[in-house]
Design a protein. Structure first.
Ligand code: NAD
Length: 272
């Protein structure tokens, strides 16, 4: 039986990816900040028919010791880890960088960038002992060098995540670790992240932004299924698994007149 560990998996994309790994009979290790959310997520996953088991561990990705404990726990439960996904992330308050507090700047960098670095470091140290395994890091706005007012720190982190992941893939190859490294690019998903910054400050989306999200956005279920189907098949190092390709975005805009989706009408249900 194969095993996947996903950070930030009590809700959103991380949780949805866990559901689809269950369908592939993987053992799943959930991890997130709050135990009560992990218990609910575990109960919900256990309702899906699967040969795999579900475990959870509280882990704040901005603390290296928490990540080491998550790895130790996962090995104790399942012996080896086949896939490790650095998914935990926070959005930023929609303000220019000079309006952010020191604590806000630190949280964004600590979670979005350092959390990914720590997770990759710990996963690589473990996986290279067995000369196998896969590490995936989640990209986001800024990964492709896009800029927007109010997304400077988030974009800085995600741009760095992209550079870091490509460099890690190269190191993995040069050092003949046997481990593959890749990027997951989820496009736009309507999750708690879209409407809340940092831990729970709500973000007021303009009507124009909602319109764009209704055209380009998807549920984390749709995106999670695509990403998991691609990860379980992938054998290559340094891949980018990309949901919202330029051609898909182009077709979405072309057919926008026929698009009847309204994620924001369904928001309470989607953001549970
Ligand atoms: N939603 C989008 O449109 C979008 C687009 C591109 C990339 N992403 C990225 O996808 C990933 C998942 O986002 P989502 O939309 O599912 O968001 P979400 O807010 O629904 O889920 C993120 C999860 O991470 C957890 N988390 C936050 N800080 C943490 C910490 N310090 N340690 C451990 N867990 C922590 C949260 O508790 C939450 O469960 C993030 O890396 C995000 O940057 C999201």
């Amino acid at each position: 039986m194969k095993t996947v560990v996903i950070t930030g998996s009590a809700r959103g994309l991380g949780f949805c990816m866990s559901k689809f790994f269950r369908e592939y009979d993987y053992n799943v290790v959930l991890s997130d900040l709050k135990e009560e959310n992990l218990i609910k997520a575990k109960e919900s996953l256990e309702r899906i028919d699967s040969m795999g088991k579900v475990e959870y561990k509280v882990c704040n990705v901005s603390k290296l010791d928490d990540i080491k404990n998550l790895m130790e726990f996962s090995i104790e439960k399942f012996d080896t880890i086949d896939i490790w996904i650095n998914n935990a992330g926070v959005n930023q308050p929609q303000k220019a960088v000079w309006e952010l507090t020191e604590s806000e700047i630190n949280t964004i960098i600590d979670v979005d960038l350092k959390g990914t670095i720590y997770g990759s470091k710990v996963a690589m140290e473990e996986m290279k002992k067995n000369h196998k395994g896969a590490i995936y890091n989640v990209e986001g706005y800024g990964s492709n060098d896009a800029h927007m007012l109010g997304l400077n720190m988030y974009g800085t982190s995600k741009r760095a995540v992209t550079y870091f992941t490509e460099s890690l893939a190269q190191e993995a190859d040069t050092e003949n670790t046997g481990v593959i490294v890749g990027k997951l690019s989820p496009g736009i998903m309507i999750t708690n992240f879209t409407t809340h910054s940092l831990v729970n400050d709500s973000i007021e989306l303009s009507e124009k932004t909602k319109k764009v999200y209704n055209i380009l956005g998807d549920t984390p279920e749709t995106v999670g299924k695509f990403l998991v189907d691609s990860m379980v098949k992938n054998q290559k190092n340094n891949v980018k698994i990309n949901w919202l390709t330029n051609s898909k975005a182009f077709v979405r805009f072309l057919t926008a007149g026929f698009n009847k989706r309204d994620f924001f009408r369904d928001e309470p249900k989607l953001l549970k």
